[in-house]
Write a protein that binds this ligand. Structure first.
Ligand code: ARG
Length: 458
């Protein structure tokens, strides 16, 4: 039998495989709430502009609420023959209210319908990501506050570089996640225009009020070009781009937690709630959640690339290719939200080993730069010369298998006669971090000020 929606010009229905490749109901049922919200706004507008009667609009709007409660209650029989959420909802509405259901699609197409549904969905995801990022930032702030002056090694090339504080290190991620929030907010602002009323592609001859539906759905304004309205998926791409960058940040933090929780580092201990054991090695505490978060960037960035690839080269306006937008975004959003929640839990629960970190901070000649800076400040050496003198001292210490503070004054003076005993003051890791008072530096006073700045801002 031919299709109930457009059977007029068809003699037979689709091949079974055609139905399988064409149907999107298996995944776009997730747009049910947005679809019904959009349809209710459309129906109200059709009545307000006199295109349909108030009575029909009322029947449609009420009937749609019944459909929504059936779907949300799990009492809805989705049909693949009806292709997608839009036609499933409309078909059921017809069963419930009869003839007026057929008036809902006046001055509308599935092309603007799906565009508005999906925008509403992605807009919600921007808000959800924002809330989850706020939670992770708060978890980081709490840990950073406790560890504002806990010294640890700072790394470049994953080689010990200079002492920093754990608080400073965690606050670096606060900066990243705050930028992620602003990226989602920025994308949300740009996507917040309503494509509803663009109809199939050219607009409509009915006297619709697009401003009314835009306002009813919480959009700032209607989109300005009907062709762009039905063919634009920038909003989904911008969401995926922001999600990819956020997932990249989560991946870097995960990698650090994986490294830090090894027996070699022991900087942190992940709680039991965020660790897993081994089926054979009884001693194991594996950071599986961190590893999985580290990997999530693969599918999230993959979604971004996949949708970009779907969209490239598509002529205006709608092509069925665009139906491939949803699963990518759904999967990316689900996994981003899961990763954010897991990271928040891990960070909140983790315990840092202050002593281990501080000891590690003193290894690797981490205060060599402080020594060179002393030579510049106290003996007025050009930095390049100070660098050379310090390098010689490091080699000397390395030869004696000791650290810089373990060299004697005589050792030091053998390399540069002007060195005085007070040089030893700058070789301690506490002094080192305390001295980094330049704006944005790791001095605990700075770190506390930054924590306060963020707390005030949030
Ligand atoms: N299920 C379709 C999608 O997700 C809805 C739009 C269909 N439009 C069309 N002209 N066939 O893209």
């Amino acid at each position: 039998t031919s299709n109930a929606m457009w059977g007029g010009r068809f003699a037979t229905g689709p091949d079974a495989i055609m139905e399988a490749i064409n149907a999107s109901i298996g995944f776009d049922k997730r747009l049910a709430r947005q679809d019904i919200e959009g349809s209710r706004a459309h129906a109200a507008m059709l009545a307000a502009t006199g295109i349909i009667t108030d009575k029909d609009a009322e029947a449609i709007r009420e009937g749609l609420l019944t459909v929504l409660s059936e779907i949300e209650g799990g009492n809805f029989a989705f049909s693949t023959a009806l292709e997608d959420i839009h036609m499933n909802v409309e078909a059921r509405l017809k069963e419930i209210i009869g003839e007026p259901a057929g008036r809902l699609h006046t001055a509308r197409s599935r092309n603007d319908q799906v565009a508005v549904d999906f925008r509403l969905w992605v807009r919600d995801q921007c808000d959800a990501a924002d809330a989850a990022l706020l939670a992770i930032i708060q978890a980081l702030l709490a840990q950073a506050e406790a560890a504002a002056d806990w010294v640890m090694p700072g790394f470049t090339h994953l080689q010990v570089a200079q002492p920093v504080t754990l608080g400073h290190h965690l606050m670096a991620y606060v900066e990243m996640f705050a930028r992620d929030r602003s990226r989602f907010a920025d994308a949300r602002k740009r996507m917040n225009e309503s494509p509803l009323g663009a109809a199939a592609l050219a607009g409509t001859s009915f006297p619709i009020d697009r401003h009314m539906t835009a306002a009813a759905l919480g959009f700032d304004r209607p989109t300005a070009n009907s062709l762009d309205s039905t063919s634009d998926r920038d909003f989904a791409l911008e969401y995926l781009a922001a999600a990819s960058i956020c997932a990249m940040h989560l991946s870097r933090l995960s990698e650090e937690l994986v490294i830090w929780s090894t027996a070699q580092f022991r900087f942190v201990r992940m709680s039991d709630r965020w660790s897993t054991g081994s089926s054979i090695m009884p001693q194991k505490r594996n950071p599986d959640a961190a590893e999985l978060i580290r990997a999530k960037i693969g599918r999230i960035m993959g979604a971004n690339v996949a949708l970009m690839t779907v969209m490239k080269g598509l002529p205006l306006t709608y092509s069925k290719d665009m139906q491939e937008d949803k699963e990518q975004v759904f999967d990316a959003a689900d996994n981003l939200m899961l990763a954010l929640a897991a990271m928040t839990g891990m960070i909140s629960d983790m315990t840092a080993n202050r002593d281990v970190m501080e000891k590690a901070a003193a290894t690797g000649f981490s205060t060599a730069t402080d020594l060179a800076d002393w030579l510049v400040r106290e003996l007025n050496l050009p930095f390049r010369d100070a660098h050379h003198v310090t390098g010689t001292l490091v080699a000397l210490a390395e030869g004696k298998a000791c650290d810089l503070p373990d060299l004697t004054l005589a050792d030091m003076q053998g390399v540069h006669a002007g060195i005085r005993a007070d040089i030893f003051d700058v070789l301690g890791v506490q002094n080192s971090v305390a001295s980094r008072t330049s704006y944005g530096g790791t001095a605990p006073t700075n770190v506390r000020a930054q924590i306060q700045r963020w707390k005030d801002a949030l």
